[in-house]
Design a protein around this ligand. Structure first.
Ligand SMILES: Nc1nc2c(ncn2[C@@H]2O[C@H](COP(=O)(O)OP(=O)(O)OP(=O)(O)O)[C@@H](O)[C@H]2O)c(=O)[nH]1
Ligand SMILES: [Mg+2]
Ligand SMILES: [Zn+2]
Length: 279
């Protein structure tokens, strides 16, 4: 049989096949010795649900660990925790590096919407869609639902931004557990512990544990290539290893001067570059 791994716990894999969830394992398999990730399309035996193979993956993310994703939905709350351009640019760089398209969902608009137009302006300039939502008032929920149709999407964001709440607002039956925001920690309390794929209209949406820090593990040169808005422009820089700082004939610096790359993006690029490994 063929199915999609929707969650895993220790060595048990929940596989959805034709509307039925099977508890499959890879134990005792002679044919298959590789890794199995949530998101994988697998072959498993009809009698004892042993996974015998995985179809080739078109994407594989390490954080959160999930495969075959068509779209990364980056969730940022406007407040609690506060919106951070630095984190947004970092996650977008991560998505670009993994060659998975990304969109931004701003949550908790009921609490504070003063920054919305500025944030939208910055990311729209870089062709990154921004959705504004509130799981409380349901603002933007219908729009966001359109985004998920027919795709395998993953919600990514810090603990407490409202990923699980967003899923409950999309479909009450998901019944995701919601945590609380801790004023003292400045983040949520890591309520969601596992990656889970939830079926949604010919597609899937993954709820994932929030994380407080993300190590990109990229070299400076990779950051210089995958930073949002830099993807094609860097190819035109005079030096092929241009880090877009003070180099001669740098097309990124030019785009910043001409206003085609927002200066806040460039400032955060310089900050992110400090985290890059030497190349
Ligand atoms: N006012 C308001 N509060 C929200 C909204 N969305 C989420 N919250 C609150 O934010 C807190 C955290 O929500 P969760 O949905 O658990 O956040 P999460 O991103 O899933 O967090 P982790 O599972 O820890 O990664 C809860 O107290 C929610 O009630 C919103 O749109 N408006
Ligand atoms: Mg959660
Ligand atoms: Zn350059």
């Amino acid at each position: 049989m063929v199915g999609t791994v929707i969650s895993k716990k220790y060595s048990t894999y929940s596989v959805l096949s034709d509307g039925v969830i099977y508890n499959a394992s890879i134990r005792g398999t002679l044919k298959f010795r590789g890794h199995v990730y949530v998101g994988d399309e697998v072959f498993f035996t009809e009698t004892n649900y042993i996974i015998e193979g995985v179809t080739p993956r078109h994407s594989l993310l390490k954080r959160p660990e999930i495969s075959n994703i068509d779209q990364i939905v980056l969730v940022f709350s406007l407040v609690e925790p506060d919106f951070s351009y630095f984190l947004a640019f970092k996650y977008l760089t991560y998505a670009n590096y993994n060659e998975v398209p990304a969109v931004i969902v701003l949550s908790k608009s009921d609490k504070d919407d003063k920054q919305v137009s500025e944030i939208k302006g910055v990311f729209n300039k870089l062709n990154i869609p921004v959705y504004v939502t509130s799981s409380k008032t349901k603002e933007g929920i219908e729009e966001v639902k359109q985004l998920f149709k027919g795709k395998k999407s993953v919600l990514v964001g810090q603990s407490g931004v409202g990923k699980s709440s967003l899923l409950n607002a999309i479909n009450f039956d998901y019944d995701r557990e919601v945590g609380e925001y801790s004023e003292a920690l400045g983040r949520g309390k890591h309520k969601t512990k596992e990656v889970v794929l939830l079926p949604f209209e010919d597609g899937f949406i993954a709820d994932t544990p929030g994380f407080s820090s993300l190590d990109l593990n990229l070299t400076k040169l990779e950051i210089a290539h995958y930073f949002p808005g830099f993807e094609k422009r860097y190819l035109e820089c005079f030096y092929s290893n241009c880090l877009h700082q003070k180099e001669k004939d740098c097309k990124i610096l030019l785009a910043v001067q001409e206003g085609n790359i927002p200066s806040i993006a460039y400032e955060n690029y310089l900050k992110l570059l400090l985290e890059g490994d030497k190349y």
